[in-house]
Design a protein around this ligand. Sequence first.
Ligand code: NAD
Ligand code: MN
Length: 497
Amino acid sequence: MTTLTRADWEQRAKNLKIEGRALIHGELCEAVSAATFECVSPVDGRLLGLVASCDAADAELAVADARATFESGVWSRLKPVERKKIMVRFADLMDAHAEELALLETLDMGKPISDALSVDVPGASRAIRWSGEAIDKIYDEVAATPHDELGLITREPVGVVAAIVPWNFPLIMTCWKLGPALSTGNSVIVKPSEKSPLTAIRLAQLALEAGIPAGVLNVLPGFGHTVGKALALHMDVDTLVFTGSTKIAKQLMIYAGESNMKRVWLEAGGKSANIVFADAPCLKAAAEAAAAAICFNQGEMCTAGSRLLIERSVKDEFMALLLEAMKGWKAGHALDPATNVGALVDSGHLNSVLSYIEAGHAENAKLLCGGKRTLEETGGVYVEPTIFDNVTNSMRIAAEEIFGPVLSVITFDTTEEAIQIANDSIYGLAAAIWTSNLSKAHLAAKALRVGSMWVNQYDGGDMTAPFGGYKQSGNGRDKSLHAFDKYTELKATWIKL
Ligand code: NAD
Ligand code: MN
């Protein structure tokens, strides 16, 4: 928790340098076309600045530069221990600039400043540090070869990586990619979301300052259908890593098939079930976690606990506890350190969230709290945390990802029914179960088709564990040593002695 007040943050915001240019080979530059777009803060509607609107011409320059840098060996052939030192220095610099990075993140995408400072910046620097520290501790393999032969199984960097990232955790999502991609020696081009380009540009400057050579980390701000598409279709990008919506993820697979069959790793959407059984160890703790699971980061969470499945016999008791817990989650000005629900990312997204609230009414779900836009006098884009009861799993508010603080409550009677409902989704990112019964917990955890499974908690995890989805939530995993697989090719070298 910061000791700075809202007035302090406002003062810093006034003095904050906003850098909106692209960064190629260590140099800040305008887009080739000189086009820009406006970066407007959802916190209060202020214009933060103009940002370079890159397109295919910029992608051409950045990919050529990343390739040349990779081939030069200045980073790709550096000793792992040296890469480690620089990655750790990069993480240290992020921590040293925590307040600046947090403020940029909050102004750009609306999350509460306290979260940006306590969650986003430390989470991002940890991803860089953890991956960097690992790189001189990983060994390759020797096959079980005959006496007169030697089989080596080695990992090599893929070469040029394009990383297309979303706006909900701009720093963390970028660093989940950069940590393993840079540590393994690749050259990377980051395409931040047009809704949150600022921290990626600042990060790349800090990377340079830490000693990551020019050309190893290039940043191209701009739109998905222009520069994002150009990178995805590029014949000289070896690997494309993505976090974002399922719709765009599918499109990227098509682009890869239409171009050079680049490897495509996708972290996409979710509609996660939070299942509370009558034998939960503590209903109050479950209710508090359920509120956090839909309110944290304004519900703009791929892992949001957006479907609450509650066992009928404890429903009344649980719902009273949940409504009580929701009183602790209130939309507030994002620069106020006491705020825990900030602004939605922009007015387009606000309209999308409000249209889902209308859909809930239209399908006769029962509104229990929230349901309206709020704090309009700030000039910002805020919505009240919202709960719908009497939801069935086929309603749009239960089937589609809303990506806002809108919870759908579904009632069940048996364990089998709960698992069937939870799995009845195109998504498979995460799920939680609350029970005191050990066998039930393990059996349900096995039955749920998701990449992250929580028991008697919501949203646990760390760099030490892989993160990613089943089904249309994606493929591949971020975090942990498993993530390194995405950024390396496996080579078998067979030697006759
Ligand atoms: P989005 O798919 O709209 O955009 C993601 C990125 O893709 C942006 O940088 C965008 O500019 C780019 N893009 C858009 N169209 C493109 C195209 N045709 N070609 C290339 N690039 C293109 O998603 P979003 O709205 O930024 O983020 C929200 C989504 O991200 C949600 O669905 C959420 O679940 C998902 N998400 C998933 C995870 C995860 O780890 N699974 C984490 C965070 C967010
Ligand atoms: Mn923005």
